[in-house]
Design a protein around this ligand. Structure first.
Ligand SMILES: *Cc1c(COP(=O)(O)O)cnc(C)c1O
Length: 396
């Protein structure tokens, strides 16, 4: 065989399985043991937390997908986020994050970090200059999320890793929205790549898990804290996640294609006032997204024209369902003002650019024609209920 590195879908299908040496079955046997013989085992790594046979095999698959040496999996995305941040931050240290970070990450930092004596700055912008301006002598970590939630803003990965290297800082990224299919931050020098595997990696809205991919050295450091905190993933769920990842490449490709086509469709729609999607030439981060992403992802946001009631629109949808989460094979949407950003003050929401008529859409794998027709009929129905006249020429 040639030395060619396996492609994405081959990696998804074959890398990181537990070989079935007894029966040569097609899939990984599931080892449910929480107890293993103590002879010939390094007691520092005895298998239970983060290192059972199924967990270690899955970690190899995730490391291969993220182009890193090693990976760890966790019981939730938040376990991965909290453990990774705390592994690189000590009492007296400071971390810089974007204001656009995931809501749970925001709460973790605002509610818990004070008692460990860890200081933080949330920066308003997502540009490298915004991060640079917030760096202090005590800063140890830059924490990114690109594309961001819910406006899909883009941060330049290469520029941030250069900045971090100059200042001796560690870079962490929440890569959930892009998934390993669309973005591999380690290729641009980012140190630690975090996922809520509950989203694209699981992909069927039935798994809660987290993952971290990084160099062996960084993963060892995170592992030391992880085993003390104990947020390990069950072997049953590990097995399901391995199974889900086999179709990750296919699913995310279909979702990204649907999102791009829907973004273009909505951009031309007379009753849609704005569309936020990094794949659109009109998006401010488009050029950077092109340079650092393989595809633009399955998430987009848009605003209905003034006067079209959101509730009427959501109620009229046939296939697309309202949902708190994202990234499943089924298309879903959420209204950030009512869900993820409901607890922010109106002023904070305005500063973050989140308007009351903003809709965040998670594209599934359905046929594009069914999704676009569903959105069109729901917009028309809401407009009719409200008695609104079309906003632009050529309204349907
Ligand atoms: C959902 C999510 C998380 C948290 O993951 P859980 O698996 O729900 O704990 C973190 N970051 C992003 C971007 C998410 O969407």
């Amino acid at each position: 065989m040639s030395k060619r590195k396996a492609g994405l879908n081959t990696t998804c299908t074959h890398v990181g399985a537990v070989p079935d040496e007894q029966f040569q079955g097609a899939v990984s046997p599931l080892y449910m043991s929480t107890s293993y013989a103590y002879e010939h085992v390094d007691v520092k790594r005895y298998p239970r937390y983060f290192n059972t046979p199924n967990q270690e095999a899955l970690c190899r698959k995730i490391a291969a997908l993220e182009h890193t040496e090693a990976a760890l999996i966790f019981g939730s995305g938040m376990a991965a986020v909290s453990t990774s941040l705390l592994a690189f931050l000590n009492h007296g240290d400071h971390v810089v994050l974007s204001q656009q970070s995931y809501g749970g990450t925001h709460s973790l930092i605002k509610e818990e970090f004070g008692k460990y004596g860890i200081d933080f700055t949330f920066v308003e912008g997502t540009g490298v200059a915004d991060f640079e301006a917030a760096i202090r002598p005590e800063t140890r970590v830059l924490y990114l999320e690109t594309p961001s939630n819910p406006l899909l803003l883009i941060t330049d990965l290469e520029a941030v890793s250069k900045l971090a290297a100059d200042r001796g800082l560690t870079t962490l990224i929440d890569n959930t929205f892009a998934s390993p299919v669309n973005q591999n931050p380690a290729d641009f020098g980012i140190d630690v790549v975090i996922h809520s595997a509950t989203k694209y990696m699981g992909g069927h809205s039935d798994i809660c898990a987290g993952a971290v991919a990084a160099s062996r050295e960084h993963i060892d450091r995170i592992f030391q804290l992880a085993k003390n905190l104990g947020g390990s993933l069950s072997d049953q769920t590990t097995w399901m996640l391995e199974r889900s990842l086999k179709t990750l490449g296919l699913r995310v490709k279909a979702q990204s294609e649907n999102a791009l086509r829907l973004a273009r469709h909505l951009q031309d729609h007379p009753d849609v006032s704005s569309v936020y999607y990094p794949g659109l030439e009109s998006h401010p981060g488009h050029a950077i997204a092109r340079a650092q992403m393989h595809g633009f992802g399955g998430m987009l946001s848009f605003e209905l024209a003034p006067g079209i009631p959101l509730e009427g629109f959501v109620r009229a949808l046939k296939w697309v369902r309202p949902s708190m989460s994202l990234a499943g094979v089924e298309s879903t949407l959420t209204i950030p003002t009512l869900t993820s950003h409901a607890l922010l003050s109106e002023a904070d929401r305005q500063r973050a650019g989140i308007r009351p008529n903003l809709i965040r859409f998670s594209a599934g794998i359905e046929d594009f024609e069914d999704l676009s027709a569903d959105l069109d009929q729901a917009i028309a129905s809401a407009r009719k209920q409200a008695g609104v006249t079309p906003q632009k020429e050529g309204a349907v």
